[in-house]
Design a protein around this ligand. Structure first.
Ligand code: ZN
Length: 411
């Protein structure tokens, strides 16, 4: 099993680098009951660093599944006032939010998707202020992961459950740069400095478009919106406090054009979507829109994904990740976006992030769409980077600049 030292280092990383708790600040920890041991370590560290108080939001996948199986949709849609108050308290207290996830892949696969969607929409509509608070980066928040037995055996199906959990622990710890011998907080300072250097260089070039080519058959020019912003790694809350929303993170990402994407993107890794696998697939874009596609596995799933709404046929994110990175080196498919999206260069079909265009976080939906941001119910990342990916940036005057060679950043 994982040693106490390692657990304490991971808790320290979550509280210091993840949410960067401030003296006098309240911390909300959202965690599964099975992982209480880790939440306790995080709470202790937060108090040692001067947190005012720690509020807990406990969950349990087994109970969630029982509720979805036996309760009516009407009952599930009744969000209790005490639950709403907890989220309101986060906003009122200007708290930091630590999400500790230990997902169960396919947990609700047998439940009617319409029921799941309408229940999560009901909760969402009751906690609008909280969602605006976190999505608008008004307070610090982060997501870190722990293994669950179900997740571990999905990722490592050929070994015993105990071995699988051990292997997933090791994979998670490697990807977040925690080891017996290192200081993860220092490693992350170094890592964030590299990511922000990439973002600064890319922002400085202010490319009109990026041209991607590799031996798998990707050959595409992806336009970038005017006033796009490259982001990734450390972010700042609107109060200026540094935090890392995703741990791990390896990407520099920005907002692609909805009208200037031309060519073919060939996936380099399987895509796990709503519990289904889409593999060996490609999508051809014309004037920003997916016009042709094919998949050796899961073609009907890919088609239904692309046909969800008009926005699903357009891109909402383009992300650059060097081929040499801990997650990519592991070669593991995690069946979880927090990890898999950091393995390789990717694009997302669907909704764009407001933060990727100047002034975007303050814009109304109409203003965002006028600025070129794609909108959709979906935001689905798929990987297309590999070891021989080349990327050239096209500057506003047409000059070409090499960004990637042999799968990696050149700067
Ligand atoms: Zn994404």
């Amino acid at each position: 099993m994982v040693s106490q030292t390692i657990l304490e280092k991971y808790a320290e990383l979550s509280v210091v680098v993840g949410v960067n708790i401030q003296p006098g600040q309240t911390l909300l920890i959202r965690c599964a009951v099975d992982d209480a041991f880790f939440a306790r370590l995080c709470a202790k560290r937060a108090y040692e660093l001067g947190a005012k108080k720690v509020i807990m939001d406990w969950s349990d996948d087994t109970l969630s599944l029982l509720n979805y199986t036996f309760c009516s949709e009407e009952v599930l849609k009744q969000v209790s006032p005490s639950r709403v108050m907890k989220f309101d308290e986060v906003v009122e207290e200007e708290a930091a939010v630590l999400n500790i996830i230990a997902p169960t892949p396919g947990l609700l696969a047998e439940i009617d998707p319409a029921k799941v969607a309408s229940v999560s929409q009901a909760l969402g509509s009751k906690i609008v202020k909280y969602r605006e608070y976190t999505m608008g980066n008004r307070g610090q928040w982060t997501i870190v992961a722990l293994p669950s037995a179900a997740w571990a055996t999905k990722v490592f199906p050929d070994v015993s459950e105990e071995e699988a959990i051990e292997m997933l622990w090791n994979a998670i710890l490697a990807s977040v740069r925690v080891s017996e011998s290192n200081n993860p907080v220092e490693e992350w300072a170094h890592h964030n400095a590299m990511l922000s250097q990439h973002n600064a260089i890319l922002n400085n070039y202010n490319f009109k478009s990026l041209i991607f080519k590799n031996s798998l058959g990707t050959d595409v020019e992806i336009g970038l919106v005017a006033d796009h912003i490259w982001a990734g790694g450390m972010e700042h809350s609107t109060k200026g406090i540094e935090f890392n929303p995703n741990m791990p993170t390896e990407k520099s990402f920005t907002m692609p054009s909805t009208t200037h994407v031309n060519g073919k993107i060939v996936a380099s890794k399987p895509l796990s979507y709503n519990g289904h696998i889409i593999d060996d697939f490609w999508i051809e874009f014309k004037n920003g829109r997916a016009e042709n596609w094919d998949a050796k596995t899961g073609l009907s799933i890919l088609t239904s994904l692309l046909e969800t709404d008009e926005g699903s046929k357009h891109l909402g994110e383009v992300a650059l990740i060097s081929h040499q990175s801990p997650i990519s080196d592991s070669g593991i498919l995690f069946y979880n976006t927090l990890f898999d999206e950091n393995a390789s260069c990717h694009v997302a079909l669907g909704r764009a992030y407001p933060m990727n265009v100047k002034g975007g976080v303050e814009m109304s939906p109409e203003e965002l769409s006028a600025a070129g941001a794609n909108d959709s119910l979906n935001h689905v990342d798929f990987m297309f980077g590999n070891s021989d990916m080349s990327i050239k940036g096209v500057r506003q005057d047409g000059e070409l600049v090499t960004v990637f060679e042999n799968g990696n950043f050149v700067f």
